[in-house]
Design a protein around this ligand. Structure first.
Ligand code: CU
Length: 103
C-alpha cells in the first residue's frame, strides 16, 4: 500500500506542477528564421524569443517593441496587452519576419 500512496503523491505533484507552470509562449530564432513563424497567444501573454543562432538577431516590431541585438542563447520578452496582429522582423536581416496574433 505504501507504493500506491507514493505513486499517488507523485502523480499529484506532477499535476500541480503542470497547472502552476503552463508552457510559456516561446519563439526560437534558428537558421535565420523565427519558429513558429506565426504564433497565436491570448491577450496578456508574454512571449519570449531566444536566439539559437551564432549570428546576432533582433526582434523588431516598428513602433511597438524593439529588442537589442541578441547573441547566442540570449532572450527578449514582450507582454502583449492589446489584441491584434503584430508583424516583426530582424533589424539586421530584414528578410526575417514573423507574426504574433493576440486574441
Ligand atoms: Cu537577424
Amino acid at each position: 500500500m505504501k507504493i500506491v500512496n507514493t505513486l499517488g503523491l507523485a502523480a499529484l505533484a506532477l499535476v500541480t506542477l503542470t497547472a502552476a507552470a503552463p508552457t510559456a509562449p516561446r519563439v526560437e530564432i534558428k537558421h535565420f528564421a523565427y519558429g513558429p513563424t506565426t504564433l497565436t497567444v491570448p491577450v496578456g501573454a508574454t512571449v519570449t524569443w531566444v536566439n539559437e543562432d551564432e549570428e546576432p538577431h533582433t526582434v523588431t516590431a516598428t513602433g511597438v517593441f524593439a529588442s537589442p541585438g541578441l547573441d547566442y542563447d540570449e532572450t527578449f520578452s514582450y507582454q502583449f496587452t492589446t489584441a491584434g496582429r503584430y508583424t516583426y522582423h530582424c533589424a539586421l536581416h530584414p528578410r526575417m519576419t514573423g507574426t504574433v496574433v493576440v486574441q
